[in-house]
Design a protein around this ligand. Structure first.
Ligand code: AR6
Length: 231
């Protein structure tokens, strides 16, 4: 596997003027050690209807465990709106837990336009996928597949044809993908979370013992997969 490019390795010609200015003003550029950044959406809490209170506790626990162990990384939880319930729940739990806000924070914006719209430089993004790793279906999955382009769909098919709940798989972004060229991202990690929506496959019928176990596993698989890309 190709290692992900570090912040210093980003081809500056691929970043537009706005991105470049914001890139240069980000404080990690001035630090000795660049951070590798993973931006992820809240897995399972929208279309898959997982309880947000429980999910927010799991996110903060798993983030905290990973940050105790990993170096030179930052994790960012993203959602589309300022009024996002999951973002505020996670923010307050992260403060209670005393997590370093430089290593974990929340961000409001579209995960497919983090650099161009939000000025956030990011190496890897996570996708809340479906079990067949198919494009469409709404939510963040539809947004990522549509922004990443046809070549990414092909690259995904070459990596795997299905996922079990709790699993993660990293797919390198083709160099002609807008997410690579425009946003400077190098990988998408597809993850499949637990499903509490009776209309979707692998329905857990409100079994939160199993649901919480699978959601913990989903985040730990995601973070391990991210760590494996950093060499
Ligand atoms: N940028 C940032 N966050 C987003 C974006 C975006 N463009 N779009 C949605 N979110 P969901 P799930 C947030 O429903 O619950 C799909 O159809 C959203 O507000 O995408 O795991 C798949 O094919 C929420 O906080 O994922 C699966 O079948 C979070 O992303 C199923 O939905 C996750 O919402 C997975 O359901």
């Amino acid at each position: 596997e190709e290692p992900i490019s570090s912040v210093r390795d980003v081809d500056m010609s691929t970043i537009n003027n706005k991105g470049l200015m914001e890139f240069a003003s980000m404080d990690f550029v001035t630090q000795n050690d660049a951070f590798y950044t993973l931006v992820f959406p809240s897995i399972s809490t929208s279309d898959f209807q997982f309880n947000k209170e429980k999910a927010s506790g799991i996110i903060v626990e798993e983030v905290s465990k990973f940050l105790d162990w990993a170096e030179n990384v930052r994790l960012v939880l993203v959602d589309l709106t300022k009024t996002s319930t999951i973002l505020s729940m996670v923010e307050s739990k992260a403060v209670e837990k005393g997590i370093d806000p430089k290593k974990f924070f929340t961000f409001v914006g579209d995960i497919t336009r983090l650099c161009t719209d939000g000025g956030l430089q990011c190496n890897v993004i996570a996708n809340a996928a479906n079990w067949r790793l198919r494009p469409g279906g709404g939510g963040v999955n539809a947004a990522i597949f549509s922004a990443a382009g046809k070549e990414f769909e092909i690259a995904t098919k070459e990596s795997a044809t299905s996922l079990n709940p709790g699993e993660a798989i990293a797919v390198p972004l083709p160099h002609n993908s807008p997410l690579y060229k425009r946003e400077g991202m190098t990988y998408v990690i597809h993850v499949l979370g637990p499903n509490m929506n009776p209309q979707r496959p692998n329905y857990l019928n409100n079994d939160y013992v199993e649901g919480c176990r699978v959601l913990c596993k989903t985040y730990s698989s995601l973070f391990k997969c991210f760590a494996s890309l950093i060499k």
